[in-house]
Design a protein around this ligand. Structure first.
Ligand code: MN
Length: 171
C-alpha cells in the first residue's frame, strides 16, 4: 500500500517537472479527439447496393433496414446519394418521413421553392404530395426513410427533375 502511494507521488512529481511531457500528452489527446470526430463520418448503417431502378439520376445506394411485416407495418430504409444525384419527381400515397443523417441535400414540393436540407433535419413528405429529394451539387447526402401503411404506400414515379428545377436551389 505504501509502495502504491509512493508510486503515485512520483508520477505527479514527474508530471509537474516536465512541461514538455505535458505538452506531448495534450497534443496526443487533441490528435485522438480529432480522430474520433473524423470517424463519425463512418456511416452507422450499411450503405447498401447501388440502385439500378430507373427513377433517379446519378449514383444512389439503397439499403432496406426494416421491411414492413404483419407485426409492425413500418418500412425503414437508408439511401445515400453521390453529389448531384437525385430522385425523379414522385408521390408517396401514404407519406414518408426522411431523417437526414449526413450531408446536404435538396427537397422540393411541386409549386414551392427548393429547400436546402442538412444532417439532423427531418422532412415530412405528406401523403399524396408530389416532390423530389437528392444531394446538393457538391455534397453527398444520406437519410433514413420511414414509411407506414405499406399496402397503400407504393411510390408513384413521375418525370425527371429538370436542370432548371435542380439549379433553382439557393445554397
Ligand atoms: Mn420521397
Amino acid at each position: 500500500m505504501r509502495q502504491g502511494g509512493r508510486q503515485a507521488f512520483r508520477l505527479v512529481t514527474n508530471y509537474t517537472h516536465k512541461p514538455m511531457k505535458t505538452l506531448i500528452l495534450l497534443t496526443l489527446s487533441l490528435v485522438l479527439l480529432s480522430a474520433a470526430a473524423f470517424s463519425q463520418r463512418t456511416p452507422i448503417f450499411p450503405k447498401g447496393e447501388i440502385a439500378t431502378v430507373n427513377n433517379h439520376t446519378g449514383t444512389v445506394w439503397l439499403k432496406e433496414l426494416n421491411p414492413p411485416d404483419s407485426l409492425l407495418d413500418i418500412g425503414i430504409a437508408t439511401a445515400t446519394f453521390a453529389p448531384g444525384a437525385k430522385l425523379d419527381w414522385h408521390i408517396h400515397p401514404a407519406g414518408q418521413v426522411l431523417m437526414i443523417t449526413e450531408g446536404t441535400g435538396y427537397y422540393q414540393e411541386k409549386g414551392k421553392p427548393v429547400q436546402v436540407v442538412h444532417q439532423g433535419d427531418i422532412i415530412k413528405c405528406a401523403p399524396g404530395v408530389t416532390h423530389w429529394h437528392g444531394a446538393a451539387p457538391k455534397s453527398s447526402f444520406t437519410y433514413i426513410a420511414v414509411s407506414t401503411n405499406s399496402k397503400k404506400n407504393k411510390t408513384v414515379w413521375l418525370q425527371r427533375v429538370s436542370d432548371v428545377e435542380y439549379n433553382s436551389a439557393r445554397n
